[in-house]
Design a protein around this ligand. Structure first.
Ligand code: PLP
Length: 433
């Protein structure tokens, strides 16, 4: 779908949401929306990017949008689920994923979590030598159907956002391949544990350029080949290449696409496509970000130091990264009138603020938009991953409702509740007043 179609569909969904009372100035001042048709198209493009003759499990990274109905939708489109905590693990099971389609990655798995994963047959990626010793203890007394891999850190370096870069020399994730002695130690670990049959890596998320991701994956593939050559048997049968395809937050164009990602992999890691390995992917942001938006009412406007400021109901509680690290996580903002129609008018530089009680709670600073008025709606595109699905409970602000939307061929919009709004604490009636 082209960029202008995406904007048109967003406006159509917004107008229907106002008409159907899902957004209402007193009672429903903020909501998140997931474009379920867009999700289906994105998953189709992900599946189509990999050769059909390879065995690939696309495991959605649950942290990007852990809402159970969203996970269920992705399961029905044929995806698996990557989880990184007991909470996400429970959400994946609730969404109906078969244990064999769940991948458990976390640097802090407890003994009980590991035992449960192994007894269910969930795939486990081991993050450290210490975790490997725990698996030895568990597997000494029982067998498991789980596929088990080691997460290696290829140490190829970071991208533009250091907090998102997991393949730096000193990252907390995985076993660093280039540290003194580790390669030999890992080769022995695979030799002594025939159940170690996978290699995992995740180079990083937003901000990592594709050549960097591809080089990191290439190192993981080379390591798998090295294990098999060293042992003289094809013990490693699968490679989990992680996620991290960056998302374009500047426009409605979906660039880079999954096909471009696969082109880079073919160039840097051709052995991945030899047919010798099963593949797992773990994309999160690139599956959901551009298929979600949020909308919030403007409650007040003022002019401060000569600059117009719109006080809206969307701030740090739903756009935490953007508010605390605005340079790394800029978001587009669109101005709409109270009916949800795109607002026309000359661009005026203004701040778009949230409701939280600290001065930095701004979605955008000095942004040129048609001048916002009380009762207008601001739309924040590209927020389907890591935004309204994982709210921050600052100021006891309630979690907003999230709706799934589908647009039929006649342009009619139907909604389903993905998450009801958390009960806002009502303004208390004081005794004796
Ligand atoms: C966060 C994470 C992902 C998903 O990253 P995206 O940038 O959302 O694609 C995949 N795998 C692991 C291990 C992660 O930590």
């Amino acid at each position: 779908m082209s960029g202008s179609d995406k904007a048109g569909r967003r406006e159509r969904i917004l107008r229907a949401a106002v008409q159907q009372g899902l957004l209402e100035p007193e009672t429903a001042v903020l909501a998140g929306f997931v474009d379920l048709d867009g999700v289906r198209e994105t998953v189709t493009s992900l599946r189509g990017a990999f050769p059909a003759d390879l065995r690939v499990l696309h495991a959605f990274a649950a942290k990007a949008n852990c809402l159970v109905p969203v996970l269920g939708e992705l399961r029905r489109h044929g995806m698996g689920c990557e989880v990184a905590s007991a909470g996400e693990f429970a959400q994946a099971l609730e969404a109906g994923f078969a244990p064999a389609d769940i991948v458990f990655d976390s640097p802090a798995k407890t003994r009980a979590e590991l035992a449960r994963a192994l007894s269910l047959g969930v795939t486990v990626n081991v993050d450290s030598f210490q975790e490997l010793a725990r698996l030895d203890d568990i597997l000494a007394t029982r067998s498991s159907a789980s596929r088990i891999g080691v997460r290696v850190n290829p140490q190829v370096g970071g991208g533009s956002i250091s907090a998102m870069s997991t393949a730096t020399a000193t990252s907390k994730f995985g076993i660093p391949l280039e540290d003194e002695g580790n390669r030999q130690r890992l080769l022995r670990a695979y030799r002594d544990r025939p159940w170690l049959t996978w290699v995992h890596t995740h180079v990083g998320s937003q901000g990592c350029p594709l050549p960097l991701i591809a080089r990191g994956i290439a190192k993981a593939v080379e390591f798998a080949e090295e294990v098999n050559a060293h042992l003289g048997r094809r013990q490693v049968t699968g490679i989990d290449i992680g996620g991290g395809l960056p998302v374009n937050f500047d426009s409605d164009e979906t660039t880079p696409g999954f096909d471009t990602y696969v082109d880079h992999l073919r160039e840097h890691a051709p052995a991945l496509f030899s047919g010798a390995y099963e593949i797992v992917t773990e994309f999160g942001r690139s599956v959901l970000a551009k298929n979600g938006f949020m909308a919030a009412y403007v409650e007040y406007t003022k002019t401060v130091g000569g600059r117009p400021v719109a006080i809206t109901h969307a701030g740090a509680q739903v756009a935490t990264r953007t508010v605390f690290a605005p340079d790394a996580w800029p978001l587009r903002i669109e101005a709409h009138d109270p009916h949800g129609r795109a607002k026309q008018g000359p661009p005026v530089r203004q701040d778009v603020a949230g409701p939280c009680c600290f001065a930095g709670d701004l979605l955008a600073r000095d942004r040129a938009l048609p001048l916002l008025d009380v009762g207008d709606l601001v739309v924040v595109p590209d927020t389907g991953a890591y935004y309204f699905s994982t709210p921050f409970h600052y100021n006891s602000l309630p979690e907003p409702a999230v709706y799934g939307a589908r647009v039929d061929a006649d342009g009619r919009v139907t909604f389903q509740v993905i998450r009801p709004a958390q009960d806002a604490h009502p303004v208390p009636a004081l005794a004796g007043h």
